[in-house]
Design a binder for this molecule. Sequence first.
Ligand code: FES
Length: 82
Amino acid sequence: MKNHQEDDPLKKLPPILRKGLDRNLCVCNEVPKKDVIDAIVNGATSVEAVRAQTYASDGIGCCKQQVERLIECLCAPDADET
Ligand code: FES
């Protein structure tokens, strides 16, 4: 039996995306990357949902691609799932 929900979500991110977790991913609204990751892990699986929870990408939208990339990585099915 798999308990993938309890795995560290950061393991799903490529090493480069695990850096700077305390830095603002959304500079416009001062939202740290770790807050965005938390929101995604807790069910915000679209840019709109992340924006509603954290305000990330609610500025001029310049971090939208970064939010999309995090969603893509964190919501990808486990590679070893059959
Ligand atoms: S950095 Fe997030 S909207 Fe500009």
